[in-house]
Design a protein around this ligand. Structure first.
Ligand code: TXA
Ligand code: MG
Length: 315
């Protein structure tokens, strides 16, 4: 499937209706969320979900996040808990994905969970995502809308650059506000951080009143997005650089200026929103090597450093 004409749909009534109709017919539509653009399909339709894996060239053992318009729909898909309720009250809609036991009668395609008996689920906050999910009225499976292993898209043009000809449409919701994927929290037994992301883990601990276990390096891969090489630009990436070496372009932060600066004011929220977009810009053309200034490992900085380490990992 690489002969489709990928349409850019406006986020107005007509565009939303078209997008929902494409999902209904088993097609693929990329949608804006507050984190990154997702590549959505009807999560109950085996063939539609299979096409997500095909379009991204994603290993089929890597399960997908299901997106819902409201908590009621979530409860029809997973075994809800008091902990889930408390977290949803505080952080949904928003960049938090919960992993919960899937219900046997969820009706979801088994391809979504890649055979696991748990489901990753979230309710996005982006107004266009919410309107679209409501218009469609069903669960939407959506990984980030990039070819597997590459940088996640934070603008509609990024989606087109990576997936044009492989998907029916992209809904234009402008640039994503958060810019980093959702935080993934496992709730199968003790709350476990499976992927740092848009909501810092300490905010989750504060609501739960308990510490959150961290996934240990070397543990079995329970969120395969934790594969070491991921978010990989074409150029090599050198971290914690204080200055530029010969032939490098530089991604700066704060006082370390660089060719592009994630946040001259050292604001981590701004840095997160710029990260993937700036990596793409620096990776364009003949660039062979990218140096990246140190980013503080606190709050959102943990998720930023996580993505940068994967971008820098040997491949
Ligand atoms: O912000 C986000 O989460 C974006 C937007 C589009 O919602 N989505 C996203 O999806 O980042 P993706 O597929 O790129 O990353 C999903 C991660 C993968 O690492 C996958 O392994 C993990 O979620 N995952 C999915 N289902 C899981 C499950 N049942 N248990 C553990 N991890 C799971
Ligand atoms: Mg991804």
């Amino acid at each position: 499937m690489s002969d489709l004409t990928t349409k850019l749909l406006e986020a107005n009534e007509a565009g939303i209706a078209q997008a929902a109709a494409i999902w209904q017919a088993g097609g693929l539509v990329a949608l804006p969320t507050e984190t990154v653009y997702g590549l959505g399909a009807d999560a109950r339709n085996d063939q539609a979900v299979a096409r997500i894996f095909e379009a991204k060239a994603r290993p089929s053992f890597n399960p997908l996040i299901v997106h819902v318009p409201d908590v009621e729909m979530a409860k029809t898909l997973v075994h809800w808990s008091e902990t889930a309720e408390a977290l949803a009250k505080n952080f949904w809609p928003g960049p938090l994905t919960l992993v919960l036991p899937i219900k046997v009668d969820s009706g979801l395609s088994p391809l979504v969970t890649a055979g696991l008996d748990s489901l990753a689920i979230r309710m996005p906050a982006h107004p266009v995502a919410r309107t679209l999910l409501q218009a469609f009225g069903g669960p939407v499976a959506a990984p980030s809308a990039n070819p597997s292993g590459k940088i996640s898209p934070t603008q509609p043009q990024h989606v087109i650059d990576g997936l044009s000809g492989r998907i029916e449409a992209v809904v234009d919701g402008g640039a994503c506000g958060v810019g980093l994927e959702s935080t993934i929290l496992g709730l199968l037994d003790e709350p476990t951080l499976l992927r740092p992301g848009g909501i810092p883990a300490e905010e989750l601990s504060n609501v739960l009143g308990t510490d959150i276990q961290s996934h240990q390096a070397g543990d079995a891969i329970t969120a395969p997005g934790q594969m070491t090489s991921h978010y990989a630009p074409g150029a090599s990436v050198r971290l914690n650089a204080l200055d530029q070496m010969d032939g490098e372009v530089m991604l700066g932060f704060g006082d370390i200026k660089g060719d592009l600066n994630l946040s001259p004011d050292s604001n981590l929220r701004e840095a997160a929103a710029n990260l993937f977009h700036f990596l793409r810009r620096l990776d364009a053309g003949e660039t062979k090597a990218i140096a990246v200034a140190p980013i503080p490992a606190t709050g959102l900085g943990l998720a930023i450093n996580d993505r940068l380490q994967r971008a820098a990992a040997p491949r």
